[in-house]
Design a protein around this ligand. Structure first.
Ligand SMILES: C[S@@+](CC[C@H](N)C(=O)[O-])C[C@H]1O[C@@H](n2cnc3c(N)ncnc32)[C@H](O)[C@@H]1O
Length: 242
């Protein structure tokens, strides 16, 4: 095992959970100048939104010098779409609350004007996701909008069917990604998908919690402020209000 892989494992599996646990009960004031919170923001977050993410790399980027950061993290999976400098600049610029989202949301009731989340909810088990959506309901201000984007299970199934057809013609490359862990680079404890949604499943849970005005939206269209810039990935997108 390479030394920087060992450092990533120690960072993600020992240091990060320890740091997150220590601030588990902390409550943050939401700055009134911002438009809302972006849950599981990763490195995609407009400057007028407050990101909430438990990722070790997003946290560490504010704690250690750039050269040291590059040494440890330049090869990791989430960097693959960017050069290291692009990734570093994006990540460093984000206003971030470093927080384990399975612990709930560290804000007061009715204090958040809007909530956004993209390609995050599927990283939680179904029960944890429901608890987090209940927390979203608790912190969202009346009249506020919540917009959730998740990878569409229907799209994934279509891709699987295509891969199966290719396999029948002796090309097994595409099916590998569904039946093996043939991924590139370092996988953190946050990498896996734990529950996938279609419109029916996601809208049922939102309805049960009490969200109203549910509607399916197109990419970069909807009522959420900054919708034309905050969406960076397509998928199943639902907006709702409280
Ligand atoms: C696939 S990335 C999505 C990033 C970004 N929203 C986007 O659409 O590109 C998922 C993000 O959720 C964060 N995450 C996953 N599980 C988490 C958890 N239990 N608590 C806090 N953050 C978590 C990861 O650190 C990562 O930044």
């Amino acid at each position: 095992m390479k030394i920087n892989d060992l450092i990533k494992i120690i960072g993600w599996e020992l240091i990060n959970p320890f740091v997150l646990k220590r601030k588990r009960n902390k409550i943050y004031d939401f700055p009134s100048t911002l438009s809302g919170i972006n849950i599981g923001c990763g490195i995609h977050n407009p400057s007028n939104w407050l990101g909430v993410d438990g990722g070790f790399t997003h946290y560490l980027i504010h704690k250690i010098p750039k050269g040291m950061y590059k040494l440890f993290f330049s090869g990791q999976k989430m960097v693959t779409n960017y050069t290291f400098d692009e990734y570093y600049k994006l990540s460093k610029s984000i206003q971030l609350v470093h927080h384990e989202l399975k612990y709930g949301l560290p804000f007061k009731d009715n204090s958040i004007p809007n909530i956004y989340s993209s390609h995050f909810l599927e990283h939680l088990f179904r029960a944890d996701a429901k608890k987090l959506l209940e927390q979203c309901y608790r912190v969202l201000a009346r009249g506020g909008t919540m917009r959730i984007c998740v990878p569409s299970i229907e799209y994934e199934i279509d891709c699987m069917q295509e891969a199966i057809e290719k396999y029948k013609t002796k090309n097994s490359d595409d099916i590998q990604q569904f039946i093996t862990s043939d991924t590139v680079g370092f996988n953190s404890v946050y990498s896996d998908h734990r529950y996938m949604y279609d419109y029916k499943r996601l809208s049922e849970v939102l309805n049960d919690i009490g969200f109203i005005n549910l509607r399916e939206c197109k990419y970069r269209e909807g009522d959420l402020p900054d919708v034309a810039i905050i969406d960076t990935r397509e998928g199943l997108i639902i907006e709702c209000s409280k």
